[in-house]
Design a binder for this molecule. Structure first.
Ligand SMILES: CC(C)(COP(=O)(O)OP(=O)(O)OC[C@H]1O[C@@H](n2cnc3c(N)ncnc32)[C@H](O)[C@@H]1OP(=O)(O)O)[C@@H](O)C(=O)NCCC(=O)NCCS
Length: 385
């Protein structure tokens, strides 16, 4: 509840423009990376080209792309130190906890540790972007009780991940995941990127900033909504249960995962691509009818908007990126609790680009808070409390 006469920014900093950026712009039904709308990139670009674009500001030419890919390929392998940590954590750790911790630990062996120069951070961006799919794929294998499969130097970013994670049963897996990584690569001042920039703003290094970003991405209001969507669809269990689920959910002011967005008011431009992949992949899917459930759910929520508060009705009008990403990943054979981790694999390049941009023209990010607590209290000795 806003305090009367308060000078504080709107709750959740809604509508506040906190910085400038040349990396990405986001507005209703509009998302562009460095001047290229996602509709220009998806289906045409390789993830590596988009990562290069985010980090450098321009698409690479042939030689630049070859060299960039060669650098990425070179840094995919994990050291014995990281492999050991991964193995120990994989027994009980969740995907996002493992990814965050192994990425954080990689600072300990990074040759550029403590160096925030552009050159050092560019090299770190490559190392982090290259290693993250290996970390996730190794975790997936370990959880299945298998040995990790080493990176394949002949394959691109997405295809190599598909092979390492054992998703190659579907011949379209690499192409679809390549598009998904692009769709997740960058998104302006979302919560995890803002977190990364706040940490970078203290002149802390890239590993510190990216580790913090992982923490923010995990939350169910942000990237955690991908895993949250699968949990919700599982709980519903069948298309026949959708209507009663929605009626109860509205009465309890439940937040439907995969619905609502702070910036997109009519459409999330990423969702249409993911819905197409979900439709395509659902045809071969032999498990629970997740796609049927989610289509019925979207319809049931739309039909009941009049029963919600105006604010909630406006929010659920938008199906966001996580809703169909969740089923797309599940249909590709990715465990239902690892959709947020896939999101992170795509987002790494975006986070790194923002850390570099922050450091290139840095000033400590330190807003103020308006005090609303009591004043002038007097010390009471412990025996008298
Ligand atoms: C994305 C999200 C965090 C944006 O939040 P926001 O702009 O801060 O909006 P608020 O949380 O203030 O919501 C405003 C109203 O809409 C409701 N609302 C928001 N998202 C809702 C959802 N997914 N389902 C049902 N109601 C929702 C809130 O309960 C609130 O209702 P009230 O005013 O009656 O109390 C929010 O829509 C949400 O929690 N979505 C579900 C999680 C999700 O998918 N996150 C991924 C985003 S890409």
């Amino acid at each position: 509840m806003a305090v009367e006469g308060s000078k504080a920014a709107p709750k959740g900093l809604e509508g506040v423009v906190a910085t400038t950026t040349a990396i990405c712009s986001v507005s209703d039904n509009f998302l562009q990376y460095r001047g290229y709308r996602i509709e220009e990139l998806v289906g045409k670009a390789e993830y590596e080209e988009v990562a290069y674009l985010l980090l450098n500001g321009e698409l690479p030419n042939k030689e630049e792309l070859r060299d960039f890919k060669a650098e990425l390929t070179k840094h995919r392998t994990l050291s014995p130190f990281l492999r050991g940590l991964l193995q120990e954590m994989s027994e009980t750790g969740t995907g996002m906890d493992v990814l965050r911790t192994v990425v954080s630990a990689s600072a300990a062996e990074d040759p550029g540790e403590g160096d925030n120069s552009r050159e050092a951070e560019y090299a770190k961006s490559i190392r982090l972007t290259a290693k993250l799919p290996t970390i996730l794929a190794s975790y997936i294998r370990r959880r299945r009780g298998e040995q990790p499969v080493p990176p394949d130097q002949t394959l691109g970013h997405a295809a190599n991940f598909v092979k390492m994670a054992g998703l190659d049963a579907n011949p379209r897996a690499a192409e679809i995941l390549n598009a998904c990584f692009i769709l997740q690569a960058e998104h302006g001042l979302n919560a995890s990127t803002f977190t990364a920039r706040v940490v970078a703003g203290t002149n802390a290094d890239m590993h510190a900033a990216v580790t913090a970003a992982f923490g923010a991405l995990k939350g169910p209001l942000h990237g955690g909504a991908t895993d949250g969507t699968m949990k919700m669809l599982d709980e519903i269990g069948s298309p026949d249960h959708v209507d009663s689920f929605v009626d109860k959910a509205i009465a309890q002011k439940y937040k439907f995962s995969g619905f609502g967005h702070r910036v997109y008011l009519t459409e999330d431009p990423r969702a249409k691509f993911l819905r197409r992949y979900a439709i395509e992949l659902s045809k071969e899917w032999k498990g629970k009818p997740y796609f049927e459930i989610q289509e019925r759910l979207a319809k049931a929520i739309a039909e009941r908007r009049a029963k919600m508060s105006p604010a909630a009705a406006a929010k659920v009008n938008v199906v966001n990126v996580d809703y169909y990403a969740a089923t797309t990943y599940t249909f590709l054979g990715i465990p239902a609790d690892l959709g947020t981790s896939i999101f992170a694999v795509g987002r790494m390049a975006g986070w790194c680009a923002h850390v570099m941009e922050q450091h290139a023209d840095n000033r400590l990010i330190r807003p103020e808070s308006e005090y609303t607590g009591p004043n002038g209290k007097r010390w009471v000795p412990l025996a008298e409390r």
